[in-house]
Write a protein that binds this ligand. Structure first.
Ligand SMILES: Cc1ncc(C[n+]2csc(CCOP(=O)(O)OP(=O)(O)O)c2C)c(N)n1
Ligand SMILES: [Mg+2]
Length: 583
């Protein structure tokens, strides 16, 4: 076995021993040893994409849903740079990702050799760990080194060493020959075996990893649990606020219920459910009178909260707050946290809830719940007033119509915000988004990866620019995947109509709105995906169902108008305020 083949096979074998089951790549020559090793490994299923950005977001989507590291590999040069957006998203949303970039060996670097760039620490501070694996040679202990690197990469990515899960980057220098050659079995130190020296590429017996890592137990600190439980017990006017990135939302729902506190949960938190959930909170808090009367004495905050300006505004207004984060992340955009508890939010919330006796009826909770009823009725009657599809109604109805066991990827820009504004509380669905960096890139690929990793039906709600940005994500190279992509086509970036740029008519359309006039049926046809258009809002559930029945990747297009949408968002706030005033 030649050295490059031996290195690649050893790394891949070691990753499989650690538990790797999914890998993605885009084609290249320098990466051939890694590609061939992955393709030959039965414990790993390998997906191939035409471009590296799609491959990396595909891996991200898979890892986001499975919670386990997925690997992506690329050839050298700008190919490796195309992984950067997914690496950043993985970093900021704590998704375990193993990035294997093939590189030229040292003697070819910085010489004008073809397709050679500086790949050392290419992703900067976005990775948990960078390792220059180096070019394979036959020094004593080489194979132990490779296995140790792979085992550490796995542990670093999975967050087993104390930090949050995230991306790791192994830069793998590979010398020719890059394909298997007719050579005797590789020994790491021919002719130099000494007793006890590791000279074989074999791993530990019984398929065990080279280094097994015992993750920290992560039990919540008892003193802090008791202190928080006492604070919750003595506070009637409290809130539980939950954002993105929560792995176990159930106990936070339970904590709100036991505490008798309203629960303000972003859709991707997984916590917008149960009797305490206030799904109209973002609209209610836009109302000055409501907000003045409903400012809490304490808020317990978990996850990355940031979809609604009115919720952030409440947090910024001096509300005493305790933030819970598993790794002590400084998720505090309005700089309002008074106390940061380092502990897994689900476990901490469960421990706190277990120390509380249910508060029972409180005027505080009742007042929020009554406001929710009034606001929900006003919002629904506004959205249901006609049959013309609107963006918030599309989001609301999609979230309501998908079956239990579904996964829904909420696209950046308006889709995730429309869900936040309009989605009713419900259980039984898993909602995810790329909220780490909130890019509109890679969303189709992320959705495909998520669909492949999710055992039930999969859906995505995307804007038209987001779809166009990642059209290559539709090219699944023979993978069997069922995914319904509901695309809200407002012919451009609708979010900008809600921002101050909208008041610059001389520049707005060209610089921000960016109408493109692309025919999405043609986009679907190019990728051999299905396409159907829903023209009438009440037909959405039937359209979604029909798309599901057809199988494969299906685009369902809903056309809307950006200006009409901006006016509707304005009216949503007014409708809620008017309804509150009329009580
Ligand atoms: C990679 C990337 N480029 C640019 C942006 C800035 N951006 C935010 S929203 C948006 C428009 C998105 O349009 P679309 O997907 O159609 O959604 P809509 O705003 O219409 O809901 C853009 C360009 C971004 N978030 N990510
Ligand atoms: Mg759009």
């Amino acid at each position: 076995m030649n050295p490059s083949t031996a290195l690649a096979r050893t790394l891949v074998d070691e990753f499989a021993r650690c538990g790797l089951t999914d890998a993605c790549l885009a084609p290249g020559s320098r990466s051939a040893p890694l590609a061939l090793a992955l393709a030959g490994e039965r414990r790993i299923s390998l997906r191939v994409r035409l471009d590296e950005r799609s491959a990396s977001f595909l891996a991200l989507g898979m890892a986001k849903v499975s919670g386990r590291p997925a690997a992506v590999t690329s050839t050298s040069g700008t190919a490796a740079a195309n992984l950067h957006p997914a690496v950043i998203e993985a970093h900021q949303s704590r998704v375990p990702l193993i990035v294997l970039t093939a590189d030229r060996p040292p003697e070819l670097r910085d010489t004008g050799a073809n397709q050679t760039i500086d790949q050392l620490k290419l992703y900067g501070s976005a990775v948990r760990w960078f390792c220059e694996v180096g070019a394979p040679d036959a020094h004593p202990g080489a194979a132990a080194g490779w296995r140790s690197v792979a085992a550490r990469a796995w542990a670093e990515a999975a967050g087993l060493l104390g930090g949050p899960p995230g991306p790791v980057h192994l830069n793998v220098a590979l010398r020719e020959p890059l394909v298997p050659t007719d050579e005797p079995p590789f020994t790491a130190s021919p002719g130099a075996r000494r007793k006890g020296e590791i000279t074989s590429v074999e791993g530990r017996p019984d398929g065990m990893p080279w280094t097994r890592v015992k993750a920290p137990a992560g039990d919540p600190p008892l003193g802090e649990v008791e202190r928080l439980a006492a604070a919750v017990a003595r506070t009637e006017r409290g809130l539980v606020i939950v954002g993105d990135g929560i792995t176990a939302p159930g106990p936070l729902v339970e904590l709100a219920e036991v505490a008798g506190w309203p629960l303000l949960a972003e859709p991707q938190s997984g916590a917008r459910r149960g009797g305490a959930a206030i799904s109209t909170a973002a609209l209610l808090l836009r109302d000055g009178g409501f907000r003045a009367a409903h400012t809490p004495d304490l808020a317990v905050v978990a996850g990355k909260v940031g979809l609604s300006r009115s919720v952030l505004g409440l947090l910024a207004s001096g509300v005493p707050q305790v933030r819970i984060d598993a790794y002590g992340g400084w998720l505090d955009p309005v700089r309002s946290t008074g106390r940061l508890l380092v502990g897994e939010p689900g476990r901490l919330a469960a421990a706190v809830a277990a120390r509380l006796s249910p508060r029972g009826a409180s005027t505080w909770l009742a007042s929020w719940q009554e406001a929710e009823r009034v606001a929900r009725a006003a919002l629904d009657s506004l959205l249901d007033a006609g049959e013309e599809p609107s963006e918030p109604r599309t989001a609301r109805d999609l979230a309501a119509t998908i079956p239990d066991g579904s996964l829904l990827l909420a696209g950046s820009s308006m889709p995730v915000r429309d869900l936040d504004l309009a989605m009713r509380p419900r259980s039984g669905v898993r909602i995810i988004g790329n909220r780490g960096a909130s890019g509109i890139d890679g969303l189709v690929s992320t959705a495909v990866g998520a669909a492949l990793a999710h055992p039930g039906p999969a859906f995505a709600l995307l804007g038209d620019l987001s779809l166009l940005h990642d059209q290559n994500g539709l090219l699944v190279c023979g993978d069997l995947v069922d995914l319904v992509l509901l695309v809200v086509n407002n012919d451009g970036g609708g979010i900008f109509s809600l921002l101050p740029q909208a008041r610059l008519p001389a520049h707005f359309e060209r610089l921000f709105g960016t109408p493109h006039g692309v025919d999405l049926a043609a986009v679907a046809a190019t990728a051999a995906c299905g396409h159907r258009r829903v023209r009438c809002a009440p037909d959405l559930p039937a359209g979604i169902q029909a798309a599901r029945r057809d199988g494969g990747i299906q685009l369902v297009e809903v056309r809307t108008d950006r200006a009409v949408n901006a006016a509707l968002h304005e009216r949503m706030g007014t409708a809620v305020s008017t309804a509150l005033a009329g009580r």
